[in-house]
Design a binder for this molecule. Structure first.
Ligand SMILES: *Cc1c(COP(=O)(O)O)cnc(C)c1O
Length: 384
């Protein structure tokens, strides 16, 4: 049989009838421990921190979604990041982008640092800068995001992998914004993919979870060891919710992307908008690269208002369908102001230098009707 499409595979893997009862949906194995036949002799599972049957179904779906040999599920995206950093030792150096997720920035500067891991933030999308950084210091891992948050800058995945391989270091990417559906970094030779499953993979804003995927069987054994030894593992009930969410990944992602493009195009033509950031727009400087490495443009749209701090606040508190909240990737549309919300901890000078001004708004476009979303933005823009 030819390779099935991901839409088919995710429904298939998420509904294998239980051999004992025929239940079509994977049971929630809410059990911490499993009976042993003799001391040390057990069937597939012995203790839920190590592995659990419900988690195992989810991990199979995660691997299929990312074209990965191996996938591990975690209690949060940060737990997944910590597991990848668990491969490093004191003295190892990490090179990363200068506009990465705030939580990853905090992890590097407050956690990895105390464990003796060194790091530097560079303009990672520039080949000469990356090459310069890697030739100065012996680097163990390049950590990057594409698109970045909240500015939706793209990094050429193929370029980062090529340069990192030359210098013999690992590559790891936070693929949260595209979800496994629109971007498959392992296909470009990236060593480790990480997701905040909290966002698109689960897609319903009702769990905090994370994932790591890899094709490297050598490192997988160590990752699995770290996962069990550190213990940031997820509950069987959360796994059940994520299984249910992932069955509709394709349907949701296509709806997010279709709506996001409509909203972005509409915003571009509005008099109160200074600039729209969305890789699907032909006017985006990243449009060609987006078409090369993504199969869709995603559901995140950022834009600059022609407004000061107060005007921006009136807009953000004036929407009815868009909820003012951090996070992203759920079926419902969310809106936020990076300068005061998601990127508040970034020093003001750094924030403004990279382009995160008070008038920047980030929207997670949901799967509601696009015309309703546009009408909501229209009436809120009138309040500026
Ligand atoms: C939310 C997020 C994380 C952290 O994930 P949690 O599930 O909140 O721990 C990491 N990276 C990106 C890009 C995110 O959006």
């Amino acid at each position: 049989m030819s390779k099935r499409s991901l839409d088919t595979e995710l429904v298939y893997l998420g509904t294998r009838p239980c051999p004992q009862t025929g239940a079509v949906c994977p049971p929630i194995y809410q059990s911490s421990t499993f009976a042993q036949e003799a001391p040390g002799v057990y069937r597939e599972f012995d203790y839920t921190r190590t592995d659990n049957p419900t988690r195992s179904v989810l991990q199979g779906m995660l691997a299929a979604a990312e074209n990965a040999k191996h996938a591990l599920a975690f209690a949060s995206g940060m737990g997944a990041i910590d597991c990848i950093f668990g491969l490093l030792e004191a003295g190892d150096h990490v090179v990363t982008g200068d506009d990465i997720y705030g939580g990853t920035y905090r992890y590097l500067t407050d956690i990895a640092k105390t464990r003796g891991v060194t790091f530097e933030f560079i303009k990672i999308d520039d080949e000469a800068t990356l090459r310069g950084a890697l030739s100065r210091t012996k680097t163990r891992m390049v950590w990057f995001e594409s698109p970045t948050n909240p500015l939706l800058n793209l990094v050429d995945i193929e370029m980062v992998v090529r340069v990192a391989k030359e210098f013999g270091c690992w590559t790891a990417i936070d693929n949260t914004f595209m979800s496994s559906y629109f971007q498959k970094p392992l296909d470009f030779g990236v060593d480790f993919v990480m997701h905040s499953m909290t966002k698109y993979l689960n897609g319903h804003s009702d769990v905090i979870m994370g994932a790591v995927m890899t094709n490297r069987t050598d490192c997988y054994e160590r990752l699995k060891f770290v996962q069990n030894a550190v213990g940031a593992t997820c509950s069987p009930f959360d796994c059940f919710l994520a299984i249910r969410g992932m069955k509709t990944l394709g349907v949701r992602m296509r709806a997010h992307a279709e709506n996001a493009l409509k909203v972005a195009q509409w915003l571009e033509g509005h008099e109160k908008i200074e600039r729209v950031l969305y890789p699907g727009l032909v006017s985006s400087p990243h449009h060609e690269l987006a078409k090369k490495q993504m199969s869709g443009f995603g559901g995140m749209v950022s834009f600059y208002l022609k407004a000061d701090l107060e005007g921006t606040k009136r807009f953000l508190t004036g929407t009815e369908l868009f909820t003012l909240a951090v996070s992203l990737g759920g079926v419902e549309s969310l809106i936020e102001q990076p300068a005061t919300m998601t990127h508040f901890e970034m020093p003001k000078e750094v924030r403004e230098a990279v382009g995160i001004g008070d008038n920047l708004v980030r929207a997670s476009i949901g799967i509601e009707d696009a015309d309703d979303l546009i009408a909501d933005l229209d009436q809120a823009l009138a309040k500026i």
